[in-house]
Design a protein around this ligand. Sequence first.
Ligand SMILES: C[S@@+](CC[C@H](N)C(=O)[O-])C[C@H]1O[C@@H](n2cnc3c(N)ncnc32)[C@H](O)[C@@H]1O
Length: 263
Amino acid sequence: MDKIPFWEETYRNRDINAFSAEPNGTILEFEHLLRKDAVILEAGCGEGQNVRYLAKKGYSDIDAFDLSEAGISKLHWICEREGLQINAFTDDLAKFQFAKSYDLVMTFATLCFVEKDKWKHFIEDAKEHTKPNGIHIIHTFTNTVPTSPDIAPFAVGLADEGEIKDLYSDWEVLQFKTYVFDDEHPGVPKHQHAVNKLVVRKTGSYEIVNGTEYKEANVPPCLLIQTNRQAFAISLLPIIILHMSEYFRIIPPLNANSLYYAL
Ligand SMILES: C[S@@+](CC[C@H](N)C(=O)[O-])C[C@H]1O[C@@H](n2cnc3c(N)ncnc32)[C@H](O)[C@@H]1O
């Protein structure tokens, strides 16, 4: 018989939390960047501690999926009891089809259970289906430490160190953390997981297609200053330097005469 991941058993038990009752701390850290009408997706939500937290905070457009029927069934049960509005469904990250664009896409400790080419395809698709200034929070296990026995049979897609960050070279990196932590579960000896955690924002210049779909716009570089804050700041530099030089009299004040002599 195929081995069943340890979380399946805890998803079936409604008296305990499979992982944590609390949302991941990175959500608390970056929540201030979300508008209240944010459209949110969690891939591999398990029993949903992250999306439940966001639903309680008033976010009402939340999609969340997981491969585990037991996990989603538990999440439905909790939502019903607590009166939470979350669109939770079973789906496979390796085959997920985006039907809309999101302001926040997040996934925690899930990508490594999907083959690498498939989770990379998911990330590419998620990037395309993210609204301008949208955020991704990606937490994934890496192959920096030996794979622990609890996940070894299932961890078919462990990331190389920094690999996830490379997929976002065209986005603004708000945070990148790499660390190893000690873990323990019933029946599994103490072990370690290595993690890459990335928070990124979609920046650049965009156009709206059909009202809802967003595509990178094909605009001349000078127009990028409208939406690219870094480029905008750089474009202001010559003006600031010119004003400072005038103030300190490094160059004569700019007037018709000085311009005439300069020419
Ligand atoms: C270690 S648990 C983490 C659960 C949750 N993200 C958390 O942080 O508490 C891994 C989760 O990934 C889910 N998972 C594994 N393969 C998946 C796939 N192909 N598509 C969607 N979810 C998957 C499992 O069912 C499980 O809920």
